[in-house]
Ligand binder design. Structure first.
Ligand SMILES: Nc1nc2c(ncn2[C@@H]2O[C@H](COP(=O)(O)OP(=O)(O)O)[C@@H](O)[C@H]2O)c(=O)[nH]1
Ligand SMILES: Nc1ncnc2c1ncn2[C@@H]1O[C@H](COP(=O)(O)OP(=O)(O)O)[C@@H](O)[C@H]1O
Length: 216
C-alpha cells in the first residue's frame, strides 16, 4: 500500500546539477542567470571570487566575492577553488566552500563561468555537469549590448569585443548552444534544458523505485 502513494521526489538521491551558463561578455548570461534564479527556487548561484572591481549595483557576496589579488592567491595556495581562471586580466574562481557539501546533498547550482572553468569542472565531474553556451545574434548586437549596459569604460568594452571571437570559438565544448535574440525565448530554452536534465537524472534515482512500486 505504502508504495502506491509513493512520490518520486521523496527518494530523490541524486547529487546536485552543476548547470553552467557561458558566453562572450555581453551576450546575456547574467540576465538569464538572474531570470533563472528568480523563477526557480531549486537552484542557487555559485558565487565566484574575483579580483575585478565591482560594477555599480554589484553587491559583495551576492554577485561576486570581491577580493584582493593577494587574497585570491592565498585561496589558490590553500586549495580553496574548484577551478579558477584569468579572464580579461582579472582572476575569477569557484570557491569550494559553499557548494561542495550542498552538491552532495542534491542542491543544484548555477555557474556563470568561462570556457576554461567549464573545462575544469567537466574534467572533474562529467556526470553532474551541464554545459550551456549563449551566443549573441550578431557581433554588432554584442557591441551594442555592451555599450547599452553602460557598466564598462570604452577601453574595457574594446578589450571584451576583441576577445569575443576567441570566446565564441569554444562553443563546441558545450552540450547546448542557444542564440540569445529574443531574451524570453532564450530563457524558455534554458529552462527546458534544465528541466530535461533533471528528469534524466531523476529517472536513475527517484523514478525507478516509484515505477517498481506501481508495478507491484
Ligand atoms: N573560470 C571562471 N570564470 C568565471 C568565474 N566567474 C566569472 N567568470 C567569467 O569571467 C568572465 C567575466 O565576467 P564579468 O567580469 O562578470 O563580465 P561579463 O561576462 O561581462 O558579465 C565571464 O566569462 C564569466 O563567466 C569563475 O569563478 N571561474
Ligand atoms: N536578448 C536580449 N536582447 C537585448 N538586450 C539584451 C538581451 N539579453 C541581454 N540584454 C542586455 O545586454 C546587456 C548585456 O547582458 P548581460 O546579461 O550583462 O551579459 P553578460 O553577462 O553575458 O556579459 C545588458 O544590458 C542586458 O540587459
Amino acid at each position: 500500500m505504502g508504495d502506491s502513494t509513493h512520490n518520486p521526489s521523496d527518494t530523490l538521491q541524486r547529487r546536485g546539477l552543476m548547470f553552467i551558463l557561458s558566453s562572450p561578455s555581453g551576450a546575456g548570461k547574467t540576465t538569464l542567470s538572474k531570470m533563472l534564479l528568480a523563477k526557480d527556487a531549486e537552484i542557487k548561484l555559485s558565487v565566484s571570487a574575483t579580483t575585478r572591481p565591482p560594477r555599480p549595483g554589484e553587491i559583495d557576496g551576492v554577485h561576486y566575492h570581491f577580493v584582493t589579488p593577494e587574497r585570491f592567491q592565498a585561496m589558490i595556495d590553500e586549495d580553496d577553488f574548484y577551478e579558477w581562471a584569468e579572464v580579461f586580466g582579472h582572476r575569477y574562481g569557484t570557491p569550494k566552500g559553499m557548494i561542495r557539501a550542498a552538491l552532495k546533498e542534491g542542491q543544484d547550482f548555477l555557474f556563470d563561468i568561462d570556457w576554461q572553468g567549464t573545462q575544469q569542472l567537466y574534467q572533474k565531474d562529467q556526470q553532474d555537469v551541464v554545459r550551456v553556451f549563449i551566443l549573441p545574434p550578431s557581433i554588432d548586437e554584442l557591441h551594442r549590448r555592451l555599450k547599452n549596459r553602460a557598466t564598462d569604460s570604452p577601453d574595457v568594452i574594446a578589450a571584451r569585443m576583441e576577445r569575443a571571437r576567441a570566446e565564441i570559438s569554444h562553443w563546441d565544448g558545450y552540450d547546448y548552444v542557444i542564440i540569445n535574440d529574443d531574451v524570453n525565448l532564450c530563457f524558455a530554452k534554458v529552462c527546458a534544458i534544465l528541466e530535461a536534465e533533471r528528469m534524466k537524472r531523476a529517472r536513475q534515482t527517484g523514478l525507478i523505485p516509484f515505477v517498481r512500486g506501481l508495478m507491484q
